[in-house]
Design a protein around this ligand. Structure first.
Ligand code: C5P
Length: 239
């Protein structure tokens, strides 16, 4: 597998072409950002941990019959994925009130919901990723009604699988964000990453934060928290 030219650089990852038309390489950076890029830091070890954790989670989801763009982990910082066209939605699923939802609706952080809720945000840094209704999604021609229903169904299935995976690790899955892409046949596929950057993970019983809120809210050492998640997932196994 030949690493080709840089196709795209985001806040936390770089995407490279490869010598295979439908395969791209993702390289995870050590950059941490929050509040739409206003807070930034370089944290040695973060890129490796997110790559390891996200690779491990995509493999576990596959065991739960949840397909994704993930092909294989290549190295500490790199993974190979299927090329997809990203649908510009941040799909957030929540089991417990926290973050922007607690603030927007005046809910107490930690309130457990009877059933998970799914929200859509427009993936647009300039607009600050605004919350979208399903009518907004159609207005902006982002996805059809049927596609939104399919995305919501997949998000809920991912939530069930992730909840049981994290429960085995004595961690409560509070909420998470995923992105979906379309492959060349138009099939909607889970893409991007699932890591402590994109989930809220609270240690059972203590509610110790094991996610990016450690960085957002200055709660301690982010790399140590991510290392804890990685160790509970089984730690280093690949060569
Ligand atoms: O900030 P908010 O409460 O809306 O975040 C909900 C979930 O989505 C959190 O797990 C957060 O880490 C994740 N998220 C993300 N990327 C964003 C916004 C939120 O991964 N741009």
């Amino acid at each position: 597998m030949e690493k080709g030219s840089l196709l795209y650089e985001g806040k936390a990852k770089r995407i490279y072409a490869t010598d295979q038309e439908d395969v791209v390489l993702i390289s995870y950076k050590d950059s941490a950002t929050a509040f739409n890029g206003e807070k930034k830091a370089e944290l040695a070890g973060k890129g490796r941990l997110n790559n390891e954790i996200s690779s491990r989670i995509f493999l576990k989801l596959k065991e739960h019959n949840i397909p994704s763009h993930f092909i294989e982990q290549l190295s500490e910082h790199e993974q190979l994925v299927k090329h997809v066209t990203i649908i510009p939605l941040e799909v957030v699923t929540r089991n417990v009130a926290a973050g922007s939802l607690a603030k927007r609706l005046g809910l107490e952080e930690g309130q457990v919901f009877d059933q998970p809720i799914v929200e859509f945000y427009f993936k647009d840094d300039q607009l600050g990723d605004p919350l979208l209704t399903e009518d907004h999604i159609q207005l902006l021609n982002i996805a059809s009604k049927e596609e939104v229903a399919e995305i919501k169904k997949q998000a809920l299935a991912i939530n069930e699988a992730l909840r049981s995976l994290f429960a085995e690790m004595e961690i409560d899955l509070i909420d998470f964000k995923v992105e979906f892409g379309k492959d060349k046949k138009g099939i909607i596929l889970l893409a991007d990453e699932i890591s402590p950057d994109t989930c809220r993970l609270w240690e059972k019983n203590t509610n110790r934060k094991l996610d990016k809120d450690v960085f957002r809210r200055d709660l301690g050492n982010l790399v140590e928290a991510y290392e804890e998640v990685f160790n509970r997932l089984g730690g280093k196994q690949h060569v």
